[in-house]
Write a protein that binds this ligand. Structure first.
Ligand code: ZN
Length: 371
């Protein structure tokens, strides 16, 4: 009897070891193929179902420089194409990134080779091109900005520029710190991942619209506190700015349905949220929660199909373009210093000139719990 028990113990131990060995192998295998498996399931019926955006800052910056340096040259190198090509070549594993890979690609493109032909061998180039266009499509282009000298004149004089036209979410002259906190766990309400980047700053730092768009969500949200949601004009991006200041969260004139320009002040950093009661400071420290959701299909606006991307490296890149602000004595609100014209806004207004005002079809439901 005693011997039998011992035998069973030994047998049990061997089985456990076997199971552990199989499990260990499985996890190694699962890790190596997880990105590939996700890629294979991400291009669903007719639209993209899944995006991870993780090029490092150094890659974003280098690709942006290539794009700007070749503007109005032949060929003009698109930063989105470069990033999509590299991501496809790495199977999405950006830990493999080396600057010389981008140099080699840039040289081929400069010599007249076509990106589509070069990328033919990469199965997911078109996927990354579409996914990265959705993330970055509104951030670089031509824009017009008032010259310094014309600020004292009755009418601003504009100069045309090309480059980063998206703005840092925090105004020029107001510091913030942030770290890679996408996916960190949050427990208020229910266990969930953090779906954005927290920009730690002082209460009252002016918050600007990163990209031009329509304000589709405004007011109190249990998780985000006083928040603003802005949909890009092409509909692909939904920007979420949360935990704005108690008592005076929004800049003057910020209303639902309003079209704002990149770099316009929308509100102020605070610490509201995590409360079903309005205007309550539920955060431990003042910060802006900044989130970016991609929308390839309207069914992805709310619920299980939401696609939020990591904006950490993007926020670092946007620090290159900060909007200075002014406040006249006696005024409660700041305003942007340099008047700005976004050609995409002009185009949108022309296209929608016939639309009846008050059409609120852009308004979206939301949970926005990823704060
Ligand atoms: Zn947050």
């Amino acid at each position: 009897m005693v011997q039998l028990k011992r035998k069973n113990w030994i047998l049990g131990g061997v089985c456990l070891l076997l199971v552990a060995a199989i499990a260990a192998n499985f996890f190694v295998f699962a890790n190596a193929t997880s990105t590939r498996a996700k890629l294979e399931s991400c291009v669903g019926d007719n639209y993209i179902k899944w995006v991870e955006f993780d090029p490092p800052y150094s890659a974003l910056e280098k690709a942006l420089k290539l794009d700007i340096d070749t503007y109005e040259k032949e060929p003009h190198i698109s930063w989105i194409d470069v990033l999509a090509y590299l991501s496809a070549s790495y199977w999405g594993e950006w830990s493999r990134y080396k600057g010389k890979d981008m140099d080699a690609l840039a040289e081929k493109l400069a010599n007249g080779e076509q990106i589509e032909q070069l990328a033919e061998k990469y199965e997911y180039f078109n996927y990354y091109r579409e996914a990265y266009t959705a993330v970055l499509g509104g951030l670089v282009g031509e824009y017009q900005i008032a010259t310094e000298e014309s600020l004292s004149q009755p009418e601003p004089v504009y100069e045309t520029k090309y480059g980063l036209k998206g703005y840092s979410p925090i105004a020029y002259g107001y510091s913030f710190s942030h770290y890679k906190d996408f996916g960190a766990s949050r427990s208020y309400g229910y266990g969930r991942p953090h779906l954005g980047n927290d920009l730690m700053s002082n209460v009252g730092s002016p918050v600007m619209a990163v990209e031009s768009g329509i304000i589709t969500n405004l007011g109190w949200n249990q998780y985000g506190g006083w928040r603003v949601g802005i949909r890009s004009l092409d509909g692909k991006r939904y920007y979420y700015y949360a935990h704005l200041r108690k008592d005076h969260p929004y800049a003057e004139g910020i209303t639902e349905g309003k079209l704002v320009n990149a770099g316009d002040i929308i509100g102020y950093v605070g610490m509201t949220g995590y409360s079903t009661t309005e205007n309550v400071n539920g955060m431990k420290a003042p910060h802006l929660h900044f989130g970016l959701q991609l929308v390839f299909d309207e069914s992805q606006l709310e619920g299980e199909n939401e696609i939020w991307v990591d904006v950490y490296s993007l926020v670092s890149l946007l620090e290159k373009h900060k909007s200075p602000v002014l406040r006249d004595e006696g005024e409660k609100d700041y305003r942007r210093k340099y008047p700005f014209i976004d050609p995409c806004v002009e185009e949108y207004l022309q296209q929608h000139a016939e639309v009846e005002p008050g059409d609120d079809s852009t308004s979206q439901p939301e949970t926005e719990a990823g704060t």
